[in-house]
Write a protein that binds this ligand. Structure first.
Ligand SMILES: C[C@@H](O)C(=O)SC[C@H](NC(=O)CC[C@H](N)C(=O)O)C(=O)NCC(=O)O
Ligand code: NI
Length: 146
C-alpha cells in the first residue's frame, strides 16, 4: 500500500494556490475540472518530491474547490487521506470482515471510502486504475497522480 495524498477543501482556490505555491513553494502537478460535480481538484507536490511524483508517485496535497461552497465551518475543511492498494476488492473484504464499515464500496473498481474510529475519511484507490479525464497537459502516471 502506498500513501497518495491528503485532501483538504478550500473556499478560495486562487488564495490557496497563492499560499501553498506562491508562498509555501509547493508545485501544481495535476488539475481535474469536474463540470458535472462543479468542483476542481488541484494536486500539489513539494519541490523535492517532484522527481518521484513523475515516477512511481509521491505524497501530494489534493485541494478540493467546490464552485458553489466557500465556507467550511464545522470541520469540513479536512477531506480525506488517500492510499493506493494492490487489490481494492480484497482490501475492502478484509476490512469489512474486521468490522470496518465500507462507506463507499468499490463498485467502479477504483475508489472506496472508509472512516476511522474518529470518522476521519480514508480513500482507497486501486493501483493502476484508469484516471478520470484531466487537463491535456497532465503527464502524471497512473499512480501518485491523484
Ligand atoms: C480523485 C480522488 O483522489 C478524489 O479524492 S475524488 C473524491 C470525491 N471528491 C469530490 O467529489 C470533490 C467534490 C465534493 N463535493 C467534496 O467536497 O468532496 C469524493 O468522493 N469526495 C467525498 C470525500 O469524502 O472526499
Ligand atoms: Ni482524493
Amino acid at each position: 500500500m502506498q500513501f497518495l495524498h491528503t485532501m483538504i477543501r478550500v473556499g478560495d482556490l486562487d488564495g490557496s494556490l497563492d499560499f501553498f505555491c506562491g508562498k509555501l513553494g509547493l508545485v501544481e502537478v495535476r488539475r481535474i475540472e469536474n463540470e458535472k460535480g462543479r468542483f476542481t481538484l488541484v494536486y500539489l507536490a513539494a519541490p523535492d518530491d517532484l522527481p518521484q511524483a513523475k515516477g512511481a508517485g509521491a505524497p501530494l496535497v489534493e485541494l478540493t474547490y467546490n464552485w458553489d461552497e466557500h465556507d467550511y465551518a464545522g470541520g469540513r475543511n479536512f477531506g480525506h487521506l488517500a492510499f493506493a492498494v494492490d487489490d481494492i476488492y480484497a482490501v475492502c473484504a478484509r476490512l469489512q470482515a474486521a468490522g470496518v464499515t465500507i462507506n463507499r464500496p468499490p463498485r467502479d473498481g477504483y475508489m472506496a471510502f472508509i472512516r476511522s474510529p474518529d470518522h476521519i475519511s480514508i480513500e482507497l484507490l486501486q493501483k493502476g486504475a484508469p484516471l478520470p479525464p484531466a487537463e491535456p497537459w497532465s503527464s502524471m502516471p497512473n499512480i501518485g497522480a491523484w
